[in-house]
Design a protein around this ligand. Structure first.
Ligand SMILES: Nc1ncnc2c1ncn2[C@@H]1O[C@H](COP(=O)(O)OP(=O)(O)O)[C@@H](O)[C@H]1O
Ligand SMILES: [Mg+2]
Length: 178
């Protein structure tokens, strides 16, 4: 019963119906600052690395805020004592210009087989019982809000390695191919 009530709230609370230009950089800055304030009380921190001002057109500011808050709060909750949550905002210039928000914590992560299911309503993984509050709706709300704003969301436990390159020469690529 409690779950049915929460689901009704979940569905009605998803969108405020407002559509406007949203300064996404500013929104993320506020969320990171508020998150850092909450994290400090737990001996943790939230840091932000943000690109220049990014404006989203025709966006729902309330839905976006709740989506990003949910993601940052999860990251704080699952961070070990002393842990820092890294929030990053990067502009990607690929086929179309997009902005990438990434939130990284140094907590236990999510087992690979659950990386998609964590976005389903009420899904909570065992270890989260220990981590206190929550109803398993946070990421379901976040993914719906992101989708309604034309975005996409995914979770990964990722190790990435890349190096700056000074130049790529024909000769080198031939050596690599040998
Ligand atoms: N940063 C994270 N680190 C580890 N597990 C996470 C993280 N964020 C989410 N999860 C997992 O995904 C589940 C669903 O998240 P969410 O929908 O926000 O629900 P809730 O926060 O209420 O548990 C969590 O219970 C947890 O198992
Ligand atoms: Mg949550």
């Amino acid at each position: 019963m409690a779950q049915i009530l929460t689901l009704a709230r979940f569905e009605s609370g998803l969108t405020s119906g407002t559509r406007e230009s949203v300064n996404f950089s500013q929104l993320v800055e506020e969320i990171a600052a508020e998150g850092n304030f909450e994290a400090q009380a737990l001996g943790k921190s939230v840091s932000l690395d943000a690109a220049a001002s990014v404006i989203l057109a025709n966006a729902d500011p309330h839905a976006l805020r709740s989506a990003c808050e949910n993601i940052v709060r999860n990251a704080i909750r699952f961070s070990p004592p002393g842990g820092n949550v890294e929030v990053n905002l990067t502009v990607r210039r690929e086929s179309e210009q997009r902005v990438l928000l990434s939130v990284r914590d140094c907590g236990p992560g999510v087992p690979d087989e659950h990386l998609k299911t964590i976005f389903q309503p009420f899904f909570r993984f065992n270890h989260s019982q220990k981590a206190g509050e929550g109803n398993g709706l946070g990421l379901a709300i976040a993914s719906e809000a992101v989708r309604l704003n034309g975005g996409s969301i995914k979770a990964s436990n990722l190790v990435e390695v890349d190096f700056p390159i000074r130049e790529v020469s024909e000769t080198n690529s031939q050596i690599v191919q040998r």
